[in-house]
Write a protein that binds this ligand. Structure first.
Ligand SMILES: Cc1cc2nc3c(=O)[nH]c(=O)nc-3n(C[C@H](O)[C@H](O)[C@H](O)COP(=O)(O)OP(=O)(O)OC[C@H]3O[C@@H](n4cnc5c(N)ncnc54)[C@H](O)[C@@H]3O)c2cc1C
Length: 473
């Protein structure tokens, strides 16, 4: 019996499905990931907005593959690939030989040539990202409650989400639910329900990959929920103070980036043709040119459908590609006999809030409660562990009935301890990287009321902010 050595880098949707389908293959499988868990990214926004906790949407890779006797899991960061020597190089310097290599390292956010924006506008790709965003969202309300004036509080009660794709739409709806429902009655000086939530999109309408009528419906839903959707506008700068949209300035402490993606940096190490999103351009069998034993799948790969349109960066593409590669490796199919990868499109969906979603399945476009139920059912079904399916369903049911969010936890203290979020520097507080500063100026913080707090809204407010003529203090 001839054993092959297969290395799979990345245990996301593509990698884990490839590994699962290689069970009992005539091969030694090594799954390498820098994290010890597989993350169900479609529900990350629910962790970021405190509806679910990290353990609900992630599962240890070892647990998933524990019964696969031919599979070894390595917790390691892969830094380079030597295609000539057929070796994978870890950050530790270790080298691992392979006969087949599957690269499934996903994507990261891209800031259109402005990487410095990341510290003010984090993106959402991993559990640490989600927890950082959750901390920032919840902190905003806490700092606003202690602010010196309505003007100062406004900055902390203005949430800006950049990017009107499914992730941006889902985040905007969830932030609106937290502010307008969950936190209602939780504070004494501020009124969370007066928080302003903006969704910024450079295209003329949100959800541009969906049928235009679904984009319009999602826009309507968001406006009903109190989100100000601003399509056809571009972010021109992001600073500690806030965000510039075209020429308008929005002071904001909470900006979330959901606008652009780049393939994992490992693609640049592969020394193979890349597209403008830095994805490896792979052949019909998902291998890279001249190296039929090296496959790239999922969000790191540029693949096309029969009409030559690039396949979207979604979970079902990565899953089907992982399964396809497993078949090639299991049967050791030589390059000339491999049938091209064909994607079976199962449709797309996005949820906006309670009983509000949009779905497009095989030219059947629908919205409302039926779409929301379909979204919920599909997402629970695709979660990897049975335990998580049950837990997520129970939490959703509870949240639906009570509008509560169970994971509203800020895990670090605001200030005053070594591991606090902010540290006192002179007369103000500053975060670890020195990116954010704030101070509480009042002598007696209880001697001040926001009882009649009323925000300006819409375009007037933008103009006013631009001219820094806020007048309602
Ligand atoms: C917030 C969000 C919401 C989404 N919603 C949906 C949705 O509703 N429906 C849908 O179909 N799709 C959705 N997607 C897209 C979907 O999640 C991705 O298309 C899918 O995860 C891609 O799978 P992948 O295997 O290519 O990469 P990933 O799932 O991203 O997995 C990559 C893995 O590689 C590991 N890795 C990366 N670099 C290295 C390295 N150098 N060394 C070791 N390990 C490494 C990572 O730790 C990770 O485990 C969403 C994505 C996000 C971020």
């Amino acid at each position: 019996m001839s054993y092959s050595k297969v290395i799979i880098i990345g245990a996301g949707f593509g990698g884990i499905n490839c590994a699962i389908n290689l069970n009992k293959a005539d091969a030694d499988i090594y799954v390498m990931d820098r994290n010890n868990h597989h993350t169900f990214q479609p529900l990350l926004y629910q962790v970021a907005t405190a509806a679910l906790s990290p353990g609900n949407i992630a599962v240890p890779i070892r647990e998933v593959l524990k019964n696969h006797k031919n599979t070894t899991v390595y917790l390691t960061n892969v830094e380079d690939i030597d295609k000539e020597k057929r070796q994978v190089i870890a950050s530790s310097g270790e080298r691992f030989d392979y006969d087949y290599l599957v690269v499934a390292t996903g994507a990261r956010h891209s800031y259109f040539g402005n990487p410095e924006w990341e510290k003010y506008a984090p993106g959402l790709k991993s559990l640490p990202d989600a927890l950082r965003i959750r901390e920032r969202l919840l902190l905003s309300f806490e700092i606003a409650e202690r602010a010196d004036s309505i003007r100062a509080a406004e900055k902390f009660l203005r949430f800006v989400i950049v990017g009107g794709g499914p992730t941006g739409v889902e985040l905007a709806g969830a932030v609106a639910e937290i502010a307008h429902k969950t936190l209602f009655d939780n504070f004494r000086r501020i009124r969370p329900e007066n928080a302003q939530i903006y969704l910024i999109e450079s295209q003329p309408e949100i959800l541009k990959t969906f049928h235009p009528k679904l984009g319009k419906k999602a826009h309507e839903y968001l406006e009903e929920m109190g989100v100000k959707v601003i399509p056809g506008t571009r972010v021109t700068n992001i600073t500690e103070e806030g965000i510039f949209i075209d020429e308008n300035f929005f002071p904001s402490f909470s900006i979330i980036w959901a606008a652009g993606n780049h393939a994992s940096p490992l693609m640049e190490k592969l020394d193979t043709p890349l597209d403008r999103m830095k994805r490896a351009i792979v052949g019909p069998d998902l291998s890279i040119p001249d190296y039929p034993e090296v496959f790239v799948i999922g969000d790191s790969a540029h693949t096309e459908d029969e009409k030559g349109n690039p396949l979207p960066g979604i979970a079902s593409v990565a899953v089907q590609q992982g399964q396809y590669i497993a078949k090639i490796i299991k049967k050791k199919i030589p390059p000339e006999k491999r049938k091209p990868f064909l994607y079976f499109d199962k449709g797309s969906m996005a949820t906006i809030g309670r009983a509000k979603a949009v779905c497009s399945i095989h030219n059947f476009d629908f919205s409302g409660i039926f779409a929301w139920l379909s979204w919920s059912f599909i997402h629970v079904l695709y979660l990897i562990s049975f335990r998580n399916r049950i837990l997520v369903m129970l939490q959703w049911l509870f949240s639906y009935l009570t509008s509560s969010r169970n994971s509203r936890l800020i895990l670090r203290s605001l200030y005053g301890r070594k591991d606090s979020i902010f540290h006192k520097v002179g007369d103000h507080f500053e975060d670890e990287g020195g990116n954010y500063h704030f101070s509480f100026d009042h002598d007696d913080p209880t001697d001040w009321s926001m009882g009649d707090m009323k925000f300006k809204t819409g375009e007037d407010s933008l103009k006013a902010e631009k001219n820094k003529e806020t007048t309602e203090e």
